[in-house]
Design a protein around this ligand. Structure first.
Ligand code: ARG
Length: 579
C-alpha cells in the first residue's frame, strides 16, 4: 500500500514519540503554515508541554534531534514557542510521487470500516418540473455520493419522490373538476399535468372548499381508493420518466426510485409504535407527538392528520424505519434545502424516541439557495421559477457561443462539438455550485461561470485538455514517461501539491464538503500552470528531466480528472475555443 508523504511522516513521528516516551496522540503533522520556510510542521510539543509541565521548546528540541537523523528529512528547526518545522528530502518526495503515479487510487486509502450509507437527495415532486432549487440537491448529493463511494463506503442513493402528500389530491381534484371524472387521465402528458397542478394550486388558494376536497381525496388515495390509485400511478409514472431525463443530463445517479408512497405501510407501523410507547396523543382529531422545547419553539410532529391522512413528517420517519430494516443503513444522509432543518430535527428526534434508528447516524446536509444577481432566489426574466432544464439550455447556449461552429475545425463533427458544449456547460454549472460552502447560498453568475480562466469548471477542464495535448505531442515526438526526479523548486512545489491528494479527499469525506475538492483542483491547476511556464518538457535540459516532467504532467492530469469525477464533472479530451 502506498503511503502519502504526510502519512509516512505521521508514522515516523509516532515512532519518535514512542522512543522518547511521549504520548503518540500528539504525533501529528500538517502542511506548514509557512510554506516558504518548511514543508510540514508538528505542534505536538506545545500540547505535551502543558500536560507534562515542561518547557515546550525543550521537548521540541528532543523531537527535532531525532528527526534530524532521518535521511528523508533535509532540514529541521524549532521555531517560536515550540513548533517543529521540517523539509522533506527531494529523493523522498520523488520516491513517494513515483508510487502515487503507479497506484490507480493515486495513493488514497479507504476508510478502515466501510459503512452502509443511504443517501437521500433529489426529492422531486410529482407533476412539478425540476426547478433551480433541485439543482443543488442533485449536484451536491451526487458529488458526496461519489466521494463516499471512492473512500470505500457502500452507498445506496434514493431519489425519494414527493408522491404522497396533498398535492396529489389537489391534482386529482382539479382533473375531476375540469373533466368531470378521471377517465381521460391516461392521455395526459407532463406538460398538461404540470399545468393542472398550477391551476389546482390557484384554486385551492382561493377556495376553501376546493382545498377541503383535495384533502379528502388525498386521504382516500392513501387509504386505497382503487380509482384514485390507478390515476395516481399513471401521473407518477409520467413524472418519473420526465425527471429521469433531467437527472440523466446532470449525471446524478439513483439506485432507487422510491417515494414517500413506498413508506405507506411503515407509516401505519410508526403510528402503532408511537401509541404502544405512549409517546403520541390525540389532539383535535389528529395524532401528534409533542417534543420538548429547546432554546427555540418546537412545534409538535403530526403523525396522522385530522382527515386520517399521513403528512410529510411521518413519511420521513417511516422511511427511516424501512431504510434501517430493509437496506441495513448505518448512516442516512439527506441533502436537502437548509430551510427544512427544523423538519429533519423533528424527524430525527422522533426516530430516536421510537428507537427505530438505534446506532444509525442521521445527518441533514442543508444547502443555501441559488440566487439571482439581486440576491433573491433565482428567477426567470418574467419573475417565475427558473426550470432546471431551461437553466441547462441557457448555459449550453452561453458555452456554444464561445465555441467554433461545426465545420470550422477539421476532425470535429457537429456531434463532437455538441458533446463538448454539454460537458463544458455541465462542468461550469456544477463547479460554480460546488465551489461554495454547502450551507451558504450563491449567486448564479451567467456571465463568468463558464469562463476558461478564474475559479471555474472549464478552467480545470482546460488544464486537463492542455496536458492531454502535451502528452500527445510528446508521444508523437517519441518521448516516453520516465521516473520522477526533483531538480528545482517548481517541480518540488508541484510534487508536494500533488501529494496532498489523499488528505484532501479524506477531509472532503469527513466534512461532507465538495468545496474542499474544488479549492484543491483549482490550486493544483494553477501550480501546474506555474510549473509549465518555467519547466519546459520537450525542450528540457536533458532527457532525465524531460521524462520526469512528463510523468509529473501526466500525474497532474490523472489527479485533476479524478477530482473532476468526484465533483460529477467530465473532462473532455480536447477543448476548442472560438477563433
Ligand atoms: N419533496 C420535498 C420537497 O420538495 C423534498 C424531499 C426531501 N427529502 C426528504 N427525505 N424529505 O420539499
Amino acid at each position: 500500500m502506498t503511503l502519502s508523504i504526510e502519512k509516512n511522516f505521521n508514522q515516523k513521528f509516532a515512532d519518535i514519540f514512542q522512543k522518547l516516551d511521549l504520548d503518540t496522540k500528539f504525533a501529528v503533522i500538517k502542511p506548514s503554515d509557512r510554506p516558504d520556510l518548511s514543508d510540514f510542521q508538528c505542534n505536538g510539543a506545545l500540547a505535551l508541554a502543558k500536560s507534562l509541565h515542561k518547557n515546550p521548546r525543550e521537548i521540541a528540541a528532543l523531537i527535532a534531534e531525532e528527526l534530524q537523523k532521518d535521511k528523508d528529512v533535509s532540514s529541521v528547526s524549532v521555531d517560536g514557542p515550540g513548533f517543529i518545522n521540517f523539509k522533506i528530502s527531494n529523493e523522498f518526495i520523488a520516491k513517494s510521487l513515483n508510487e502515487m503515479a503507479e497506484d490507480e487510487r493515486l495513493g488514497c486509502s479507504k476508510v478502515a470500516e466501510p459503512k452502509e450509507i443511504v443517501m437521500d437527495f433529489g426529492g422531486p415532486n410529482v407533476a412539478k418540473a425540476l426547478h433551480v432549487g433541485h439543482l443543488r440537491s442533485a449536484v451536491i448529493g451526487e458529488s458526496i455520493r461519489r466521494i463516499e463511494t471512492f473512500v470505500g463506503n457502500k452507498v445506496i442513493s434514493d431519489v425519494h419522490f414527493g408522491d404522497w402528500g396533498t398535492p396529489m389530491g389537489m391534482i386529482l381534484a382539479e382533473i375531476i373538476h375540469q373533466d368531470g371524472n378521471l377517465d381521460n387521465v391516461e392521455s395526459y402528458d407532463i406538460a398538461k399535468i404540470s399545468a393542472i397542478y398550477k391551476q389546482a394550486n390557484i384554486r385551492c388558494k382561493e377556495d376553501e372548499n376546493a382545498k377541503e376536497t383535495a384533502r379528502q381525496i388525498t386521504a382516500e388515495l392513501q387509504n386505497g381508493n382503487p380509482e384514485y390509485r390507478k390515476a395516481w400511478k399513471y401521473l407518477r409514472d409520467v413524472s418519473v420518466a420526465d425527471v429521469k431525463k433531467t437527472y440523466q443530463e446532470l449525471d446524478a445517479h439513483f439506485d432507487l426510485w422510491l417515494g414517500e408512497s413506498d413508506a405507506h405501510q411503515a407509516c401505519g407501523e410508526v403510528v402503532e409504535l408511537a401509541k404502544e410507547k405512549g409517546i403520541s396523543e390525540v389532539d383535535d382529531g389528529a395524532t401528534i407527538i409533542r417534543l420538548p422545547e429547546t432554546n427555540k419553539p418546537m412545534p409538535p410532529v403530526i403523525l396522522v392528520k385530522t382527515d386520517g391522512g399521513f403528512g410529510y413528517q411521518v413519511t420521513d420517519i417511516a422511511t427511516i424505519k424501512t431504510r434501517v430494516e430493509d437496506l441495513h443503513a448505518q448512516e442516512i444522509i439527506y441533502v436537502v434545502d437548509k430551510r427544512q432543518s427544523l423538519h429533519f430535527e423533528q424527524v430525527f428526534q422522533v426516530s430516536e424516541m421510537l428507537g427505530i434508528a438505534k446506532d444509525v447516524k442521521l445527518e441533514h446536509i442543508g444547502f443555501g439557495t441559488v440566487n439571482g444577481a439581486d440576491g433573491k432566489p433565482f428567477k426567470t426574466r418574467d419573475g417565475g421559477v427558473m426550470n432546471l432544464s431551461d437553466l441547462i439550455l441557457i448555459s449550453k447556449e452561453k458555452v456554444r457561443s464561445s465555441m467554433p461552429k461545426a465545420g470550422e475545425v477539421e476532425g470535429f463533427s457537429k456531434d463532437d462539438i455538441e458533446k463538448m458544449v454539454t460537458q463544458i456547460a455541465m462542468g461550469a454549472i456544477k463547479f460554480q455550485d460546488l465551489k461554495n460552502n454547502i450551507a451558504s447560498g450563491y449567486v448564479f453568475d451567467l456571465e463568468d461561470f463558464a469562463k476558461f480562466d478564474g475559479k471555474t469548471g472549464p478552467y480545470i477542464q482546460y488544464a486537463v485538455a492542455r496536458i492531454n495535448s502535451i502528452l500527445r505531442k510528446a508521444k508523437a515526438g517519441g518521448l516516453e514517461i520516465g521516473d520522477i526526479v526533483i531538480s528545482n523548486e517548481d517541480e518540488r512545489n508541484l510534487a508536494l501539491k500533488l501529494s496532498q491528494f489523499e488528505n484532501v479527499i479524506m477531509r472532503a469525506h469527513a466534512d461532507k464538503e465538495p468545496s474542499i475538492i474544488t479549492d484543491y483542483a483549482y490550486t493544483l491547476a494553477q501550480v501546474f500552470s506555474g510549473f509549465y511556464n518555467t519547466c519546459p518538457i520537450m525542450n528540457a535540459e536533458d532527457k532525465t528531466l524531460a521524462v520526469s516532467r512528463l510523468k509529473l504532467a501526466s500525474l497532474v492530469r490523472d489527479t485533476l480528472k479524478q477530482l473532476l469525477y468526484l465533483l460529477g464533472i467530465e473532462a473532455p479530451e480536447v477543448m476548442l475555443k472560438a477563433a
